[in-house]
Ligand binder design. Structure first.
Ligand SMILES: Nc1nc2c(ncn2[C@@H]2O[C@H](COP(=O)(O)OP(=O)(O)OP(=O)(O)O)[C@@H](O)[C@H]2O)c(=O)[nH]1
Ligand SMILES: [Mg+2]
Length: 674
């Protein structure tokens, strides 16, 4: 925890410093009147992203493997007690997120299970407060908190038909049948989802921990497998040494974790190794036994041994609460924590770093060009004014005519920007149309109706396949229009280069291919889920319906994000050109004006030359100052990497590592950072 907290704190401090540097850069732009609306919007977005940055750890396992205990031990031992309820048998009944949102008081927000009878996935319910129940928590009272957190294990008894309506009871399943009481009721979770808002230091830094219930609940809540687990930055899959690797563990690993995407985020935990400490075996014997189990798990999960950690969550928690270093080392929890930090922090930091750097470079380059145009304009004016020294009225007159003619010629070229905006808007609306809500809704309705009409569940998979093909086609269409817009911009910029000698940065190459990859991933996850469903439900429509809803909700999320990116890209195309046109126009008008004033003897030539020299110096100072601003922001963005890597490397050797060698750990790190 010390290492985890240290890394998180460093990461959080780096992120804050980065945000600070971007704010400073924005202020500098503002003070120097160099911030246009588009750059301001982009900077605002980047700052929002930094403020909302989260690191999500999902803990997944069959019931009673010790997920909740592991969360208590790794993240919350400093609360001085066990905060999430743990017990033999099923305990956590609903997916539970622990996080901190400072705009809310400490509380638990819970979505009643009855919402499963309505349409809408958890993420859709999340968008409104209406269905959620909120319970305030007194964060200062450990007892109060503990009491409040028991909510996640609350159950209710309902009639079997009602449970069936929620998709939690299958009359054809003998296990489910056995669960019916003499009064015809079954026990189900009271809540569908819980979000604990809790001002713990790690959560304040942006950590989100997702605790999940065992298989049955996961199978019934597609949101977890399609959305929450795949989008986590680290997934801990927990097994227990006393039960070994059971068939249902393996099913869960395959369907929920392995097939959910990025394997480099996965860590397997073999928990409850304290069961092997029977007092009769020597430490060496215990170690051999643990190694044997780890080897077996590695083989069955097809996961590298360096990714498997044997621990005792319970002893780790006790050791931390009692400050017992020896017991903590025996629990082997610190090794797992090191690995978790390495999976979680560097990869996330790289993403944030490159996003922020690309924003800084892009905005910086645009401003640099604006200043360069200004510098050139002033330089030219100065040259002209100097050449007027000692000239007669006739030459001044000629120069005025030339200045006026050039200003008029420029306006002709500049008009092309207006025409370009018109064409661009037209293509833009064609580019965005396939991603719009209506188009998606239509595709979803069609798929749903076809499934409804289909007689055999075997017809479902191809229908779903066609739905996904439709999504990919929409992305393809958008990409085509994007390419068209890029070509248009390159052409217009070429025009300006030819006629005015401008060199503008080429439009950022862009496509929404990454969203196609997300659609592919969603389809993969959906396929796996779907296979399980057909078997589980034997064609139960309610469950299929809910599953379909989650797929549609998730596809909508993908499209909303894609649409936002496309809009932002389109928005970034013209402003740099427009800014230069503005700059140039002002320079040309100023030039004609000053020649005129000199002709009319309203201004002395020397005075004007002096003014221009001052203005030129000011611009050159701004260019220099921009360089410094950019250098500072870049350094902040790059800065913490070495420190962070250094901190992890320094902390690692201090921990005893009987299970995995330093080389192996290095390999994991390399892979993670790769
Ligand atoms: N001996 C031993 N028992 C443990 C360990 N970790 C957890 N347990 C016990 O295992 C039982 C289940 O632990 P939980 O943390 O509730 O398990 P879970 O995976 O959250 O289970 P669900 O919430 O039902 O899905 C509890 O009685 C814990 O005390 C451990 O490292 N060693
Ligand atoms: Mg639990």
């Amino acid at each position: 925890m010390a290492e985890l907290a240290g890394s998180f704190e460093q990461y959080g401090a780096w992120r804050d410093a980065l945000a600070q540097a971007i704010v400073q850069f924005r202020r500098w732009l503002q003070d120097n009147k160099l911030l246009d609306a588009e750059a301001s919007r982009r900077i605002g977005l980047a700052l929002d992203r930094l403020a909302e940055d989260k690191l999500v750890v999902a803990v997944v396992a069959e019931f009673s493997r010790g997920k909740s205990e592991l969360i208590n031990a790794i993240f919350f031992a400093d609360c001085g007690r066990r905060i999430l309820p743990t017990s033999a048998g099923r305990t956590t009944m609903c997916p539970t997120e622990l996080m901190y949102d400072e705009s809310l008081p400490p509380c638990i927000r819970a979505l009643p299970i009855e919402t499963r009878a309505q349409s809408g996935s958890t993420s859709e319910f999340r968008k409104s407060d209406a269905e959620w129940r909120t319970f305030l928590v007194d964060a200062a009272s450990a007892d109060g908190m503990l009491e409040a957190f028991k909510l996640v294990s609350e159950t209710i008894r309902v009639r079997a038909e009602e449970a069936k309506m929620y998709g939690l009871f299958d009359p054809d399943d003998p296990d489910h049948q056995a669960g019916i009481d003499s009064d015809g009721t079954v026990e189900i979770s009271r809540w569908r989802h819980a979000v604990i808002n809790f001002p713990h230091p790690l959560l304040k830094q942006g950590l989100v921990v997702l605790d999940t219930p065992g298989l049955n609940a996961i199978g019934a809540e597609p949101e977890l497998t399609l959305s929450l687990v795949p989008s986590a930055h680290a997934v801990l899959f927990v097994l227990a040494a006393d039960t070994g690797l059971t068939k249902s563990d393996l099913d869960m690993w395959r369907h929920v974790v392995r097939d959910s995407g990025a394997t480099e985020h996965h860590i397997a935990v073999l928990n409850k190794i304290d069961g092997l400490w029977d007092g009769l075996k020597t430490a060496a014997e215990i170690d051999i036994e643990v190694q044997r189990q780890v080897a077996l798990v590695s083989q069955r999960l097809e996961l590298d041994r360096s990714r498997i950690f044997a621990v005792s969550a319970q002893k780790g928690l006790v050791a931390k609460l009692q400050h017992d270093e020896k017991l903590l080392a025996a629990s082997r929890l610190p090794e797992l924590e090191s690995a978790l930090v390495n999976v979680l922090v560097p990869a996330k930091q790289n993403i944030i770093r490159s996003q922020s750097l690309s924003l800084i470079e892009r905005v910086g380059e645009e401003v640099r060009q604006t200043l360069a145009v200004r510098e050139r304009g002033l330089g030219e004016q100065l040259y002209e004014m100097r050449s007027l020294q000692g000239k007669n009225q006739g030459s001044i007159e000629r120069m005025l005519l030339r200045a006026q003619r050039e200003a008029a010629e420029f306006e002709k070229v500049a008009r092309k920007v207006v025409a370009t905006r018109f064409i661009l808007n037209k293509i833009a609306s064609q580019a965005l149309a396939p991603l719009k809500r209506d188009a998606l809704r239509e595709a979803a309705t069609k798929a749903r109706e076809r499934m409804h009409k289909a007689w055999l569940p075997t017809a479902f998979a191809p229908i779903l396949g066609e739905y996904f093909d439709g999504l990919r086609d929409a992305i393809w269409q958008t990409n085509e229009r994007i390419a068209e817009m890029e070509k248009l911009m390159v052409g217009v910029q070429g025009n300006f280069a030819q006629e005015l000698g401008w060199s503008l940065a080429a439009p950022m190459t862009f496509s929404i291919d990454s969203y196609r990859a997300e659609v592919d991933r969603l389809q993969e996850a959906a396929k796996v889920q779907f296979g399980t469903f057909i078997v589980l439900t034997r064609g139960k429509w309610g469950l299929i319906e809910r599953f379909l809803e989650t797929v549609v909700a998730k596809s909508r999320d993908i499209f909303v994000a894609a649409e936002r990116d496309v809009e932002a890209w389109i928005g970034s195309l013209l402003p740099p050109l427009e800014a230069q046109v503005r700059e140039q126009r002002v320079a040309l008008i100023r030039r004609a004006e000053s020649v005129q004033k000199i002709r009319d003897a309203q201004e002395s030539l020397d005075g004007r030359i002096g003014e221009l020299q001052d203005a030129l110096q000011t611009v050159q100072e701004k260019i220099e100052s921009l360089k410094q601003q950019l250098g500072r922001a870049r350094a902040t963005a790059r800065g913490a990497e070495l420190q962070l890597a250094g901190a992890v490397a320094a902390a690692a050797p201090a921990v005893e590592q009987p299970m995995i060698s330093a080389e192996e750990l290095g390999l994991v790190r390399q892979r993670v950072s790769a």
